[in-house]
Design a protein around this ligand. Structure first.
Ligand code: NAI
Ligand code: MG
Length: 362
């Protein structure tokens, strides 16, 4: 039986609330599946830890995390700690030092999920965003000179290496080829005359190795418009760090809102742990009330199962999420219901058990 060692960083605000439902559900799914064992170890890092210790994680935090197969993260960030500290010292540090260069965000409208556009259906909104996650506009390089003077000047440098650009594009081609889907590259070569001209060139080069994959290329502004006007054009999508960040929030809105949006930060070579997280933040406005929607966190658990080759358990979790949406009985307030966070987790567990009794848990 395979054991997956998971480091859990619940983090701040609603992070711990949704993560405990994710763990509850994963444990049940693993038990019903019977072919994997999950071991969870929790770490108290985040903004509360920062306020006590002056740092976001323990000094040897990265060393400790290295031993794990995966990291399951809630959310980090809270009023009182500047966002650039909470983001750079924990989340981005893990993504970078563990070379989690692929960010995968499914944008899939499940049956029963609310969609703000006319004609949005499960068939028309089904995209897989593959976002570059290690460099690009979020490389953290730049200059800030003449601070406070009239000639003050700020440079934020985008970094696009051949290695970094090629590996993400190749990953996306592999994904498209494997699943027989089209691949769309989103860039902005008309305005970003170095980085995005280069991006387009690499996309063109790599595409020659995949003659079977139908490709499209859009400018990011046009892509934003088309995602709303004609989302069925997009199947597998590859884009840079910044564009991916923005477009996947648009995608989250198309596919039911932040309470349903999941993301995985992958080191495909499995040299380092990969990290799975809901893409929403710590939601200080609703934290502590027990009403956060745990479905995004549960969806990211399903991505974790997929990544470790337990695709059947992953599909079963996604199916249970869809059932909850279709039933419309146990939903949190963001989806128009009155249920609590743990009610939703409990309902997912019940659905998994019912599936098993009915013999349909594969
Ligand atoms: P947010 O995602 O925390 O909240 C945005 C809105 O969506 C709020 O109205 C919130 O109540 C709602 N919402 C989010 N997740 C929800 C859920 N599961 N169920 C129901 N409603 C939900 O984004 P915001 O307010 O911009 O950021 C709050 C803090 O979180 C900041 O400190 C920010 O830096 C941090 N953050 C952290 C992220 C991470 O850890 N990956 C990602 C985004 C923000
Ligand atoms: Mg974002």
């Amino acid at each position: 039986m395979k054991t997956i060692n998971v480091a859990v960083i619940p983090g701040d605000g609603i992070g711990p609330e949704v993560i405990s439902e994710g763990i509850k559900v994963m444990k049940k799914a693993a038990e019903l599946d019977g072919r994997m064992r999950l071991a969870f170890t929790s770490f108290p890092w985040g903004c509360e830890y920062y306020l006590k210790h002056g740092k976001m994680m323990a000094d040897d935090g990265m060393e400790q995390l290295k031993r794990f197969d995966a990291i399951y993260l809630g959310a980090v960030g809270y009023p009182g700690v500047p966002d650039h500290i909470s983001l750079w010292d924990l989340l981005l540090r893990i993504r970078k030092e563990f070379d989690q260069y692929v960010n995968i965000r499914p944008i899939k409208l499940l049956n029963g999920a609310p969609c703000p556009i006319e004609g949005g259906t499960k068939e028309t909104i089904d995209m897989l965003f593959i976002r570059e996650n290690s460099e690009g506009e979020y490389a953290g390089l730049g200059e800030w000179i003449f601070q406070g003077k009239p000639e003050e000047l700020v440079l934020q440098t985008g970094v696009f290496s051949r290695k970094g650009t090629e590996r993400i594009i190749r990953y996306a081609f592999e994904e498209a080829a494997k699943s027989g889907r089209t691949l769309t590259s989103i860039s902005k070569a008309n305005a970003l005359n170095y980085s995005m001209v280069f991006w387009d060139q690499v996309f063109e080069e790599v595409s020659r190795d995949y003659p079977e994959v139908q490709t499209y290329s859009y400018l990011v502004d046009a892509a934003a418009m088309l995602m709303v006007k004609d989302p069925s054009r997009f199947e597998v999508v590859v884009t840079s760090n910044l564009f991916g960040d923005i477009l996947t929030d648009l995608g989250a809105a198309l596919a039911g809102g932040m309470g349903l949006a999941a993301g995985a930060n992958i080191n495909p070579e499995k040299e380092w742990p990969s990290m799975f997280e809901p893409i929403h933040g710590s939601a200080p406005d609703i934290a502590g009330k027990g009403i956060a929607n745990p479905l995004a966190a549960i969806w990211s658990a399903s991505q974790m199962f997929d990544f470790f080759g337990c695709e059947e358990a992953g599909a079963m979790l996604l199916d249970a999420i869809e059932t909850v949406m279709e039933e419309r009985i146990v939903l949190t307030p963001d989806l128009g219901g009155t249920a609590s966070t743990s009610d939703v987790g409990d309902r997912i567990v019940e659905i998994l058990c019912q599936r098993q009794k009915a013999g349909s848990f594969y």
